[in-house]
Design a protein around this ligand. Structure first.
Ligand code: SAM
Length: 341
């Protein structure tokens, strides 16, 4: 990792339970080399490289895992999740119901284990059309408002009021890297705007328009934009897709991250993709439907225009039987084929 990205990478690896706590991080000029327990595809940000090194032992003063701070019967210890999420100075963990009576001690262990942690919550998942997260405070103090650093920018986040997931940092960076000079961008269902902010911060894009139906998400996005003086590059729209799409024109890059319901908007969103442009569509796809899903998507867009799949990747597992999948669909730059009825 480049040294300036080292802290974010270390945090991502700690969250995923992938950093080897018994080995020391190596400093090699402008780079840090972090020891991992496994090949961490899907966790490393786009700028990381996998290399092989011999690492010296690291004698940590404290425990190697938060689980080491808890004394629980072995049957309960087995149920403790290895991974958790860090959003700014807030730690979120999902617990099985059978550990409910241990939530305070688990919270206190995480508060002690994660450097800089202020507040720990049990994550009960996202709900409703605005995908607000339901969280239960179990340790620490203060509000659910925080600032989360990813891809070199600090995003204003409120864990309860608007959707945000630290697990999408790599996607935000990947899409931002794709955007060419002057290209118009729509970030649809933008939440607190990590795609829009990262794209604008990289600096190559033309006008960026970020749309969300949750006014709290748009307020947080505006706060981030004003901190980075990016307000003239990103237009924020507090509206539903139903309200926005009829007024939309064309953009070369269109992001649609509404993984459960996005499919019902896909044709009307695809109409906003300029010829030669690309649609970044995120979907929770059942594993049994993964093979051939891209063909179904491309075929469903035939009435709109000719699209072809340029990438398809699993972002992360979503449930025991489904994955969050990123589909890149490019619209043909040439004339559209004539269709007979
Ligand atoms: C999964 S979140 C994506 C947030 C963001 N793109 C990100 O990467 O963090 C989905 C977002 O879609 C918004 N949303 C849901 N239905 C919508 C609709 N019909 N029109 C506009 N926004 C909608 C929600 O408010 C929520 O912020």
């Amino acid at each position: 990792m480049p040294r300036e990205r080292g802290e974010e990478a270390r945090r991502d690896l700690v969250e995923a339970g992938l950093l080897r706590a018994d080995l020391a991080i190596l400093h090699e000029g402008e780079f840090l080399v972090l020891p991992v327990v496994d090949r961490p595809e899907g966790v490393l940000p786009a700028w990381g490289q996998i290399v092989e090194r011999k690492f010296p032992e690291y004698r940590r003063k404290g425990p190697a895992e938060y689980r080491d701070l808890l004394s629980l019967p072995e049957s309960e210890r087995q149920l403790l999740p290895r991974s958790f999420d860090i959003v700014g100075d807030i730690v979120l963990i999902r617990l099985p119901p059978s550990l409910d009576h241990r939530k305070e001690s688990i919270g206190n262990a995480l508060l002690e284990f994660v450097p800089g942690a202020r507040l720990v919550g049990v994550d009960h998942g996202v709900h409703g059309p605005e995908r607000r997260r339901s969280v239960e405070r179990v340790a620490g103090s203060g509000s659910w408002r925080t600032r989360h650093k990813e891809n070199g920018v600090e995003l204003a986040v409120d864990v309860e009021k608007a959707y945000f997931s630290p697990r999408l940092a790599r996607e935000h960076a990947r899409v931002a890297e794709d955007v060419g000079p002057g290209e118009r961008v729509y970030d649809l269902c933008c939440g607190v705007g990590p795609f829009a902010v990262t794209i604008a911060h990289v600096g190559r894009a033309g006008p960026v328009t970020a749309v969300d139906a949750n006014p709290d998400a748009i307020a947080l996005l505006r706060e981030t934009l004003s901190r980075y003086a990016l307000g003239d590059r990103v237009t924020t729209v507090s509206a539903s897709l139903e309200q926005f799409l009829p007024t939309a024109s064309l953009a070369e890059r269109v992001v649609l991250n509404l993984p459960h319901e996005g499919i019902k908007y896909l044709p009307s969103v695809a109409r906003t993709v300029a010829p030669g442009g690309r649609l970044y569509y995120y979907e929770v796809t059942p594993r049994t439907e993964l093979v051939g899903r891209e063909v179904t998507l491309v075929d469903s867009l035939a009435p709109v225009g000719r699209f072809s799949l340029v990438h398809e990747r699993v972002v992360h597992p979503y449930s025991p039987s489904s994955d969050l999948v990123a589909y890149g669909l490019e619209r043909s730059g040439g004339p559209e084929p004539c269709r007979s009825s």
